[in-house]
Design a protein around this ligand. Structure first.
Ligand code: AMP
Ligand code: MN
Ligand code: MN
Ligand code: MN
Length: 274
């Protein structure tokens, strides 16, 4: 039986645009059967959600930022116990790191001639400030044409605003998720633009750290990428996850509840829960 499953998406608590309740409503409208809200380094969405109708299974989740060999890597934690003390402390540590990081980004931007960016960002962002908020600010003041240009010039990998030293390392993050009873999922493995050797090293370090799954499907992707990720998933005996990485309704390549099915041969991460 076909199940509509989306295990990676964001609300306006982090860098998405819908409120948690709006996101749940959209998921129902799209016929999603199983959903995980995975905001960046925060679980706050889960305390805001009013009620979830019985046709939707909501899996408690998070997307942690981590560092691995000077590279920012995202790890999704699925089916975690929201009341677990380790995860609560972890989120608070990452939140503090995110605040310090926002100050560092603002300092770097100031050196490039953009004064008071943090004040600007705070005028529209909530308490979980990320690079997309700085990108939005740079668009607002006319420094760049769009978010993509902001990342390309100022915030993306290797640029001034790419500050990762506030994040816990990959192993620690995977450990937190385990201790909270969840499965650690390597998010969007192809989006880090790693060489083949590095990608294989990353997956193998992730497995060694106790990682349990990789996202074989992340948003709209070409079949060859799906085949490659399914191959890596099986080679490393990992479970497979899938998610849209939805942030906003206008991003057609990351549409909520429109995730392709996992290829045959992959063992779904939800096999243990449903
Ligand atoms: P942060 O959590 O602050 O490191 O911000 C990372 C987020 O920035 C990602 O989750 C994406 O939502 C967003 N992002 C990354 N690259 C781009 C880009 N080129 N254009 C727009 N948003 C991006
Ligand atoms: Mn994001
Ligand atoms: Mn991510
Ligand atoms: Mn994401």
């Amino acid at each position: 039986m076909f199940m509509n499953i989306d295990l990676h998406c964001h609300t306006n608590i982090s860098d998405g645009v819908l409120t948690p309740n709006q996101l749940i409503a959209l998921a129902i409208e799209r016929g999603v059967d199983m959903l995980s809200i995975t905001d960046h380094d925060t679980l706050d969405a889960y305390s805001i959600i009013n009620s979830v109708p019985p046709q939707l299974q909501l899996i408690p989740g998070i997307e942690f930022s981590s560092q691995w060999r000077k590279q920012g890597i995202h790890v999704v934690g699925l089916n975690i116990d929201l009341s677990n003390e380790v995860i609560i402390n972890a989120v608070s540590q990452q939140s503090d790191g995110r605040k310090r990081r926002a100050e560092k980004i603002a300092y770097k931007l100031k050196r490039l001639g953009f004064d008071n960016s943090l004040e600007g960002v705070k005028s529209f962002a909530g308490s979980h400030i990320g690079r997309p908020h700085f990108a939005q600010y740079l668009v607002q003041i006319g420094a760049v044409k769009n978010m993509n240009e902001a990342f390309k010039k100022y915030l993306g990998a290797g640029k001034a605003g790419d500050i990762k030293d506030e994040w816990a390392d990959l192993k620690t993050v995977v450990g937190w998720i385990h201790q909270a009873g969840g499965v650690a999922v390597l998010a969007h493995p192809k989006k880090y633009n790693l060489t083949r050797t590095k990608l294989v090293d990353l997956i193998s370090d992730f497995c060694e750290a106790g990682g349990g799954a990789i996202e074989v499907i992340s948003g709209l992707q070409i079949p060859s990428v799906t085949r490659d990720l399914a191959g890596l998933c099986n080679k490393f005996n990992l479970l497979a996850s899938c998610g849209s990485d939805f942030h906003a309704p206008d991003r057609k390549w990351a549409a909520l509840g429109m995730v392709s099915q996992l290829p045959d041969g992959c063992i779904p991460v939800w096999e243990h829960w449903s």
